[in-house]
Design a binder for this molecule. Structure first.
Ligand SMILES: [Zn+2]
Length: 304
């Protein structure tokens, strides 16, 4: 009997050490996961800030016939962020009072707020744009565009462009169908397309690229009875294939996340944009009027 008891004791001891080993492995695994997460493994996809080499190559010998200095400002969230731990939102956010001040700065400096449709007309010589024009663009169609931006647009009676992702409409953080109809009715807002699913277009099959681009245009046009002529590449990611599809779909312009202020016939399907951050007053004006535009390829033809 004592012998047997000993054996049983031994067996349960080894069972226990097996369980604790399992717990240790789980703990180590979770710690490793946390380290990987903390080291930026889970960080958002960075925006593209340079013209892809293949695109640079294809425009190397093209001489621009027309170029206009029309800064296109890029915004995401404009709101008072409620969750202090939401660092991604905070990094992409501009508080409404700061946005109001930016608009005031631009209006007092004599800027006219035009849309991308106006810019396309300017590039096509269909109309002469005001000497000092600026375009405000908002990516992703967040709900704060209706709650925080739209009231400021109405207050100053200025125009802006919002890029909407059809499959995100009516989500809790995004514009609702009703809100989009309301902002269209105001006549102050141009609706642009931003793919069906906020898809990174570079490296996708041509069929997927075509679907995301074409469908986002036709969906918005059918749903809201409007013409959608401007497109924004999610993450600013584009290549020659995406440019071709944007042209074929019937868009008249497309914007990227490449910094710059020159809009030309050459880059009308990969227009540069400026991130104003929280700049106001002379800081903001200096940013828009800066003569050195580093994002234009080092190519005499483009700069001449
Ligand atoms: Zn986006």
């Amino acid at each position: 009997m004592p012998e047997r008891r000993k054996k049983r004791k031994k067996r349960s001891a080894s069972k226990q050490s097996g369980v604790s080993l399992f717990v240790i492995v789980i703990l180590l695994f979770s710690a490793a996961l946390l380290i990987v997460k903390g080291s930026g493994f889970n960080k958002p996809i960075p925006d593209v800030v340079e013209i892809p080499k293949e695109v640079q190559e294809s425009i190397k010998n093209v001489k621009p016939q027309k170029y206009l200095r029309v800064p296109i400002l890029l915004y995401h969230y404009v709101e008072y962020v409620k969750d202090p731990k939401d660092t991604i939102r905070k990094s992409l956010n501009l508080e409404p009072h700061a946005f109001d001040l930016e608009v005031k700065t631009l209006q007092e400096a004599g800027y006219s707020f035009i849309t991308l449709a106006d810019l396309a007309d300017g590039l096509d010589d269909k109309r002469t744009l005001p000497a000092k024009s600026v375009i405000l663009t908002f990516d992703d169609g967040y709900r704060d565009f209706y709650t925080d931006v739209f009231p400021i647009l109405k207050k100053y009676q200025i125009k802006a462009v919002v890029f909407v992702i059809p499959n995100f409409i009516d989500r809790p953080d995004n514009l609702t169908t009703w809100m989009i109809s309301e902002i269209i009715k105001s006549g102050l807002v141009e609706i642009g397309a931003h793919t069906m699913n906020h898809t990174y277009l570079r490296g996708l099959s041509l069929n997927q690229v075509r679907y995301e681009i074409e469908q986002s245009k036709s969906y918005l046009e059918k749903s809201f009875g409007i013409q959608v002529i401007s497109f924004a590449y999610p993450y600013g990611a584009f290549d020659n294939g995406a440019i071709d599809e944007v042209k074929k779909a019937g868009f008249r312009t497309a914007v990227t996340t490449i910094p710059g202020t020159f809009s030309m016939d050459v880059n009308r399907f990969f227009l540069y944009r400026v991130r104003p951050g929280g700049r106001v007053g002379p800081d903001l004006l200096e940013l828009l009027e800066r003569t050195k535009v580093t994002s234009i390829p080092k190519n005499e033809n483009i700069l001449s």
